[in-house]
Write a protein that binds this ligand. Sequence first.
Ligand code: ATP
Ligand code: BTN
Length: 320
Amino acid sequence: MKEHSIKLSILKSLSQGGFHSGEDLGEKFGISRAAISKHIKGIQAWGVDVFRVQGKGYQLANPMQLLNQDIIQAQTNNHVELIPIIDSTNQYLLDNINRLNSGSVCLSEYQLKGRGRRGREWISPFGTNLYLSMYWRLDAGMAAAMGLSLVVGVAIVEALEQLNLKEVKLKWPNDLYYQDRKLAGILVEMSGQAGGAANLVIGMGLNLMMTEQTEGITQPWASLCEVAGHQDIDRNQLAITMIKTLNRALLDYEQQGMQGFVDRWNRLDNFIHRPVKLIMGQREIIGVSRGINEQGAVLLETECGIETFIGGEISLRPHR
Ligand code: ATP
Ligand code: BTN
């Protein structure tokens, strides 16, 4: 879309740092200063903090490193598509499964309709986080999808540990947590069965440098820059690491299933041995969280002993 491409070009200039006058930008892109001002408003509506100083021009309030498809593609074996503005990277892959190979990746800078579990909104401001989805054809079929989302969570946290990004934890079934706040979410969706195999899309939203001004998130959240002690994070390198990590985890899962993953998951469980409640529609069950089992069910110690719970309609929350 032409309109988006001008905004993206303006952002590319701004991401180089410093002030950029409306006049210079207008000349560069062959449009008027008024048109630049209109585009800047559109950029602000994407969640980007741009300010203007009289006589100097526009500047980004926070540094921004844009994703670069060529850099990412050059360092991964997976087919990568970077679509800067998109409804949802998961939806894009679901819509294009027929022409894509298993392992294909979609990345975006900004999702207009990013989603979480059960149709909840995933807030996706421009250029600050990672929105990454991978298509995977799973021969084991859809019954294996639950375990798969747990395995993916473990693999991502372990990859972060290897980058010296420590203290990231997991919340059943598919969230990453840091200091009791949500850092990332994983969403596994299915487009249908083909002769027993399941066409899955595994999407990850990982907050990197989200600012306090971000609106619309209804629970405490964290960003990876906190874990990194506010050092800069190279978004392209992180995207490459995440693609490789996902690909490896999915191959491992195809070969071993959940075997060997339970202990790894439980080591990283944010709520293990803590009082929690499980919410299932109108029903709430209170107990002490005891990790997961080989089926990927969450274990809860209640007055009745250890009970197991599994299924997509369950939400786990701390019980205070
Ligand atoms: P559960 O998955 O256990 O039901 P959840 O509340 O985390 O719990 P999800 O559907 O997994 O629900 O995630 C969507 C929720 O995440 C939204 O309701 C919102 O509160 C929160 N959220 C949305 N965008 C972000 C974001 N960028 N970072 C952190 N949290 C977010
Ligand atoms: C959750 O916590 O419920 C999962 C959130 C998943 C968000 C990611 S962002 C990339 C991909 N595209 C989407 O629309 N959702 C996932």
